[in-house]
Design a protein around this ligand. Sequence first.
Ligand code: ZN
Length: 444
Amino acid sequence: MALKTFVAASLTLAAFSNAQSWQDKAVSVDPTAECLAYSYAPVQAMISNYPTIWQIANLQTADTNAVALFNTLNSSIPQIAPKGTPMGDFSNVTPTYPATDPDCWWSWHQCTTPKISGIADDVTRCPTPNTWGLTVDDGPNCSHNAYYALLDYTHYCNQQDYLQQQNQKATLFYIGSNVFDWPLEAQRGLADGHEICAHTWSHRYMTALTNEEAFAELYFSKKAIKDVLGITPQCWRPPFGDVDDRIRYIAQALGMQTVIWVEDTFDYEYPSLPSTTIDQNYQNIINKALNGTYDTEGILVLSHELENFTMSENMKWFPKIQQAFKWITPLAVCNNNTNPYVEQGYTYPNFAQWMSGVRNGTLLAPTASVNAPVSLPFSSGHAGSVSTSIPYGSPTATAGVTGTNAAAPSNSSGASSLTAISTSLAAVLLTTLVGLASGAVLLL
Ligand SMILES: [Zn+2]
């Protein structure tokens, strides 16, 4: 009992002494210290208006405008039945799923060109030659300071531990529940000059969810990033790549471009896969660059800030990636998307600027605001059609169905409660792996 009290008191002290700013949280590279739970007032003030972290989102806590938007949209969502389970067991689907892949289900045969017209193609590449599109999923991870410091020296160039710093920027796909668990770590991602995209609220297999759940997973991850960082992302990546035309349609209605990848390091499968296999995966991608495979078009590569191993692997291979590829850039840069967010005032270099050495655009400081209005691309009064400007990808990706641009839902702040850390992404993933082992054909 005494020990418990001591630990609790220490955690409380740590929480209230260390959680003032993202700069404070960025100093330590000791994972134990980095991962002490803390309380952050803006999150406390709005968490009751969000779904429970790490649970499948629904609209029970959504603001009335979001509910109205969903109700308007719902009837136009493609009539595609949910597949399998949220933990990725598709064993009841795959035996009878048509070989023609009518839903453009990525998990089936990696379809990225929707079968339904008006839905944007998935973005999978950097259109620029010899380019490694650096995309890092599942953050923010509480122990990411060493990795972030290696990538970017903007704030820490005087610290001798970081001699290898690269002034490198990445595209970070943040999970909404992680943003609420680690808001100051999320703010650092933006402050360091990385591009921020969403990676759903609770990291489930999206094609298994109902229309309402899928809408809420996307809506609340977008809203969490807006409320904690101050920017509204317009890109998202489905966990496990699990997306079909129903989910793509919902994402597009929320103004979010679906992003997949070309090459996968499979780093997240460690330790089920030995480190030697992960190393070989990195080497194989590098070999393709060396033999000219990417001489005309670059790639997006899937990696993770899931835990220490995945980040260490990325750091370890970074020099060899630099040697094999001409360029390593975020998604926005290689797609010349200099304004990736809804908000103005945040700019990133275009590819020509990047080639000339420019690494930073213009970024406002990360700013948390309780339940800020979220800009959504179609109005609650509109008859369910999708309108979105797709800032990434090819001309075919701009062929959205017409609509209006009016809605800016807002809601009021809620009562405070502490950010809970009890359920982690690791637990979700562990359950997922169990689900897969139980008979699913898929995935990754
Ligand atoms: Zn993920």
